[in-house]
Design a protein around this ligand. Structure first.
Ligand code: 2RA
Length: 363
């Protein structure tokens, strides 16, 4: 079944973007405008408050329609870039209308009947979707998992110890606004030399539990059992599911840093077999979706300021652990709004579109 409703697109499939006006939705529209144009109609859906607005996609103005059951009529693939509770309610409705829902929220990621897909790592999993829903991982997991998947395929991963350096846009527009306002308050001052001086100058810390300007904050997400944060548990649970390694040892410490967009992670990856930097370099240099940037003698390593706005996972600082010939240390950067959210969702939707074009069963 394909192209069942898109008057504008002939036989091409109809795509719905739910949450088209949000932070990730906005990046999604530019990604859809840049990538190969495989879609017929692209229908933009948002809350009734945004209905009637016109947004540009593929160089054309498209009017936003309000989220409703009817909005999914004739849709082949529906992407959701909305909060968990909206996805939890509406993705099953889209699926009941015959669309494949590709969801970027946390509502379905750990549902055993919902595949969690990163096309470079487990595209095959997208074909088995008993609920008609495919989940997109959290941006922190996504920022490293393409590189980890490539290394796992060669060496067999046995443990990940991860420290994240997460950008404020992970907390949405509110997070970006908070950092920009705080930076304006501290710019040109001598702040950052006495306990609490930054906190007093900044006042309201917005969506963060401490000032972001001139600071790092060792907490992201919400507090869960035994002191772990939701972000840290997502890295663990999602990595296991994507890699198909339910027993993989994973420890994460998630830290927020004063970067607008692009998450970074320092990764200690332990493998079943001995590793060499040369072999890791070869694998990473050839891995789809990965760019190896590792020449510290020339000052070449990934940084968020250089990786932002790009699609790949950037990997550098690859070293064999001094005390363990089976382990590598790496530094990884990935744009949390592109590969970490919109791009991976678009890639999943393209995998589904190709499958539908081939006439394979969707459920
Ligand atoms: C964050 N990973 O960075 C989250 C967003 N999904 O806050």
């Amino acid at each position: 079944m394909i192209g069942h409703g898109g008057a504008a697109g002939g036989d091409k499939p109809t795509l719905a973007v739910v949450g088209a006006t949000g932070a990730v939705g906005t990046v999604m529209l530019s990604i859809l405008s840049e990538r190969a144009d495989i879609w017929g109609e692209i229908r933009l859906i948002a809350s009734p408050r945004s209905a009637g607005r016109k947004l540009t996609v593929r160089g054309e103005q498209v009017e936003v329609v309000a989220l409703s059951e009817e909005a999914f009529e004739g849709v082949d693939v529906a992407m959701f870039d909305v909060p968990d509770e909206i996805s939890a309610r509406w993705a099953p409705i889209a699926a009941s209308k015959g669309a494949v829902a590709v969801d970027n929220s946390g509502a379905f990621r750990m549902d055993p009947d919902v595949p969690l897909v990163v096309p470079e790592v487990n595209a095959h999993a997208a074909r088995v979707r008993p609920r008609g829903i495919i989940a997109n991982p959290n941006c922190t997991t996504l920022s490293m998992i393409v590189a980890m998947g490539a290394l796992h395929a060669e060496f067999g991963l046995s443990e990940l110890i991860v420290s994240s350096y997460q950008a404020v846009s992970g907390a949405g527009k509110e997070g970006i606004d908070a950092l920009r306002e705080q930076l304006a308050l501290v710019a040109g001052t001598e702040l950052g030399t006495h306990p609490g001086d930054v906190r007093r100058a900044v006042g309201d810390t917005g969506p963060f539990p401490a000032p972001m300007a001139l600071n790092v904050v060792p907490f992201a997400g919400s507090l869960k059992e035994d002191g772990w944060s939701s972000e840290e548990l997502k890295v663990r649970n999602e990595s296991r599911k994507i890699l198909g390694l339910p027993e993989l040892r994973v420890t994460a410490t998630c830290v927020r840093v004063p970067v607008i967009t692009t998450h970074s992670l320092a990764v200690h990856a332990r493998f079943e077999n001995e590793v060499t930097v040369e072999a890791a370099h070869e694998i990473l240099a050839g891995a789809p979706g990965v760019v190896l940037c590792d020449n510290p003698a020339e000052g070449e390593f990934p940084t968020p300021a250089d990786a932002v706005g790009t699609d790949p996972t950037w990997v550098g600082r690859v070293r064999r652990s001094l005390d363990d010939p089976r382990a590598l240390e790496l530094f990884v950067c990935g744009d949390n709004l592109r590969k970490g959210a919109a791009l991976n969702t678009a890639q999943i939707a393209e995998v589904v579109a190709a499958e539908l074009a081939g006439g394979a069963a969707a459920r």
